[in-house]
Structures are given as structure tokens and as C-alpha cells.
Design a protein around this ligand. Sequence first.
Ligand SMILES: C[S@@+](CC[C@H](N)C(=O)[O-])C[C@H]1O[C@@H](n2cnc3c(N)ncnc32)[C@H](O)[C@@H]1O
Length: 454
Amino acid sequence: MASTPNRRNPPPIDPNVPGLAARRVAANAVATLLGPSRGLALDDALAQAGRGESLEPGDAALARAIATASFRRLGFLRAALAERLRDGLPEDRPHLLALLVTGAAQILDLAVADHAAVDLAVRLTKADPQLQHLAPLVNAILRRIGRERDAIRAAETDPLAVNTPEWLARRWAAAYGEETARGIAAAHLEGAALDVTLRDAPEAWAERLGGRLLDLGSLRLSGREAVADLSGYADGAWWVQDAAAALPVRLMAPRPDERVADLCAAPGGKTAQIAAAGARVTAVDRSAARLERLQRNLARLNLTADVVTADALNLSEETPFDAVLLDAPCSATGTIRRHPDVAWTKSEADIGRLVGLQRRLLDKAARLTAPGGRLVYCTCSLEVEEGRDQVAAFLARHTTFERVPITADQVGGHAELIDGNGDLRTLPCHLDGGSGRGGGLDGFFASVLRRSGG
Ligand SMILES: C[S@@+](CC[C@H](N)C(=O)[O-])C[C@H]1O[C@@H](n2cnc3c(N)ncnc32)[C@H](O)[C@@H]1O
């Protein structure tokens, strides 16, 4: 017996309407994250929504672009819609809200013709048994968004107040000051450049790929070509890694034949750096699926590592390492330029939970560091509890460790990337992020700690 169409078992949509399935996947993924499954990452929500739709690669990319644009400017989009909805935003109907948000994102931020965005949103509303009576409302609001585009854009003046969840805006203003917090929020609107880490011959690769060599050591590419089609990718001459993400291993400075543990290694950007330096790296991660990606990456780069699927907390402490990297699981608020959903799906409670795990991993990392060895702790978070405060508490617990202050010449002369304690503190607004000139960095914290003795 045929089952009744519902959202898990969507009715077939007209295959002759180009882009309709891509819109449905985008709207369903956004609805999932706006609804009760807030903790999910957008990538996972897209994969879930795409099951059963068999999207062509171009449509899958379009679905991702629409969903990403929706979260990048969710605060602005919500404000524009709320002003035009007599009864306010339909918070208790995530699917309706998602159809409005994804429709408005296409009209305001993507190169989609207004009539296509409106027509497809209306078709999807009509196809939803629970929403079909609201198709005229969706039609009217989205048309109005198109007509009032200029006024809407002119009103988008304060990304910190309007386009940042209140709890994050408050934290960043407290940690970095109001002006810097506003710069961070502005940088989030821009997205991120494509940075790559080169194995060697930086000038030659800069010329061949047409990129700009940053004084941090990475190559920043300006083109929008598919990564796998670029020269040198298949031969393993370089790998994709934000310029800030490459700094913790540069600061560790692994040496040939040293034994190095990378405790939270997948998908392996930092493992690759350590292996490329000639060190003998043990790459540990508890996620077998993510380690498969690490293995594929290392194979392409022709690099080797001893790969261990395990909870780092359970590792044997018998033979400590010359150097240990702990790139700890964190709230990832430093990566909002790439993953704008993070701002809207994480909560303050997540931070408290992660801080506890980071502390236990740090204590383990300390026991895995040989006397005289170094421990580099890093997170891609903007939150002080996951960086500055975590290290202060660690140093108070472990008197055999001391901080090795980072100097400006270790980070291309950029003294602004070092905090008052001598730790690395990069922000999305650094390197001209938010200025419209293709700058910016992921928000990374890193501290280099040395164990006494040896
Ligand atoms: C920030 S990501 C690591 C990124 C990686 N270092 C890189 O540069 O590509 C954090 C990783 O920690 C892993 N992880 C979380 N808790 C862990 C644990 N207790 N033991 C080992 N790995 C863990 C996650 O599976 C995730 O892959």
C-alpha cells in the first residue's frame, strides 16, 4: 500500500521544474536547524534532507548555497520578514519560517531572479499538506521583499546587534570590546577566502595558482574554481587549510624524527603539517568516519602517520611524546565565516559541556608529554573559556608546565594576533576581515606549553 506523503516521505515534485528539489532540500535543512534539532551541523542536515531526492551535483551545490546564505544573514533576514508579517515570525512553524527565510535569502543575497525564488517557494508551500493554505502569504511577503530590496539593504547597518545572536554578541563585546566585536560580526558577513598550505616552493605555487602569499605562510587563492581541479591538488602539493588553522603546528615547529601525538586529528590538516615536517606522528581520533577522510588526505599527499581510532582519554601513557598537539573539540565559533549555522545552533550550555571535556583532554595531553617536551593546545573558538581561561586553569593545575610566549616574528610580524599572555588569538576581523577586500582569518586560540625536565 502506498504511504501517505509527509515531510519524511515527500510527495514527488515536478521534475520538469528546474531547481525545485534544490529549494526543498535547502528549506528542509534550514527548518531542521530552526526547529527542535538545533544541535545538528548544517552539512548533516543537508545530507539528511537530500536523502531520497537524488540531486545532481549542481543542485546539491545550489541547496548548500541557499542554506548557507540563509544562516549567514539570518538576523537580517528575520528582521526584514518580521517587519512585514502582521503576526510576527512563525517561530512555532519551522518549515514555514524556513520557506520564508530561504526565499528571502535568494532574493536579497543570491543571484536568483525574484520571480524564480518566489514561484519555487510558493510551489513548495502548496506541496506541503500542512502549509498549503499559506501559499498566498508566502507569495505576498516574498514579492514584497523583492520590491523593497533597497530599503531592506539600507536598514542593515549593525551586524552585531541584528545579525548576531544576543548571547554571542554580549560575550564577544565583553572579551574583545564593542568595536572589535562589531568587526567580527562584519567579517562573518563576508565568508572566508580559500587558503592552502604548501609543502614547498611557495613562490612558484603562488604564481602557478594565481594566489597571494600571506606573511603567515599560507597561500590565499582568489579564484572560485573547484579545489580538486586546481593544479597540484591531485599530486598532493598542497592542502586546504585556513591560514590561522595552520599556525598551531607552525608554532609547535616539529622536527624530523621527533615523536609527535596529534590527539584530535581528523580530518587531518594539522597531521599533514606535522608529517610533512618529517616528524613521526601518531594521529588519534575517536571518529572512525572522520579518520577515513584523514587517511584519504594523507594518501593524496603521500604522507604517512600512525593512525589510531580511539578516545584520546584512554591512550596508554607508557611512552610519552616529544610533542603533543591537542586541537580540542570546541564550540567552533571561530569558524562562523565558513559555517554560519554555528552561530544559530550552538548555545551557552554547549560551551560549558565542551570546557569540561577540553580540561580532561588537556590533563591527558600533559601526561602524554615527555619531560622537556612541548604541548600545543588550540581551539577554533572565540570564547575565552575555551582558550585563555582554559590555559590559565591548566597552568594552575600543572606546575611542571610553563607557557612559551609567542613572538610576533613567529606569526609574520602580526603582533595583533598575540594576546597579553603571549598566546595566539586570531579573530575573523584580523588581516582586513570585514573590509570587503577578501581578508580575514578563522578565530583560533593556541598556547605553547613546555614541560620542565628532560
Ligand atoms: C577540531 S576537530 C580536529 C581538527 C583536526 N585537528 C584538523 O586539523 O584537521 C576535533 C576532533 O576531535 C575529535 N574528538 C573529540 N573528542 C575526542 C576524544 N575524546 N578523543 C579523540 N578524539 C576526539 C573529533 O572527532 C574531531 O575530529
